[in-house]
Write a protein of this length. Sequence first.
Length: 379
Amino acid sequence: MNSALLHPLIALLAAPVVLGAWMAQKRGPQAEHAVLFIIDGLSYKAPERLSLKNLQALIAGGAYCAKSYNIMPAHPKTGEWAKYHQSSIPNPVILAGTLLLRTEQEYVQHSFYPSRITAHAANDIDYSRLNVGFNLSFLYGSDDRPIHDDQTMTWAIEFLRRGRPAFMKVHLQDTGNAGELSYGETNPSAPWRKNIWADGSPYRKAALRADEYLGRFLDELKTLGLREKTLLFVTADHGQSDAGWHPYDDQDGWAMPLVLAGPGIRPGQRLEYAEQIDIVPTLCYLMGVNPPKNADGRILAEALTDPPESVPPRRQSIKELNTLLCEGDALFKKLRREAAAERDYFGLERILEWHRFGSVEKLITHNRSVLRKLSKESK
């Protein structure tokens, strides 16, 4: 068997789940299962522009944020990031519930593992560094040897049937890859060249297929008698440019749809703003487990039927930080400064050092001060 296919393992121990103090608040019935269902590169515009009937049904019966923000999409292949990760930066951010990543980072699956079964299915081996903490796993495929979402779904449903995982991550890769096809199309007569919304575009086709797979997954939950016991988060790892792909400075790549459905979710809620780091704290609260120790996302109290007390007010930190990072990049290019001039500035390439600041707000304040000083010196 190809070494990229990680063999399924089942470990079910009797260790109790430890609850934090904020978990002790009296609440309604908890979900028994949680699923993070990611459609790679799904644009926040897709639910309105495409006939995604299964996603739209979840939106109608759940809570929905049309634009949930993540750190700008980047995929460093060299440097400090590449020592620890193969995936793009937004993926570990979602699973950790924080931008302040550490080199030895815990993820949401560790909130369940090993006392309860966890599962991971994705058609890209770039997520292998995120695979620790999963009992059942299928990771297969790469840029050079792609496989498609149908195989991911086959394994995801098999894991669902055999393991009834307490937490499961499903990542469908084809939609994001299809966006790159539009971006890289060289035939000027192709209607989808630099236009993912054109009729017949690879992106439209892949997104519609992903919605069909979502429907198949929901049907399987119902068949197994798990649908009413399962908490669902359906979203993307990053957004998509109208031209395809996700240039880091294109704001369409920063935002993606986020749908919450299942036990504890208030039907019909529409959230004005959310961040992808909010998924893990919200999921863990509803499942009655502790999130990773450094998770600092906000519980989406407005989406819940029985929210915890004293949830902090919403701050648009990720959107603000992305804007600042773009400003910094533009300034350094304009000034053409030597590397020494950037030593006090913590850009995206230094994300594994961000935790030194203790909060995103302090990071923003620091970087803004550095840029202000450099801007004055250049005049």
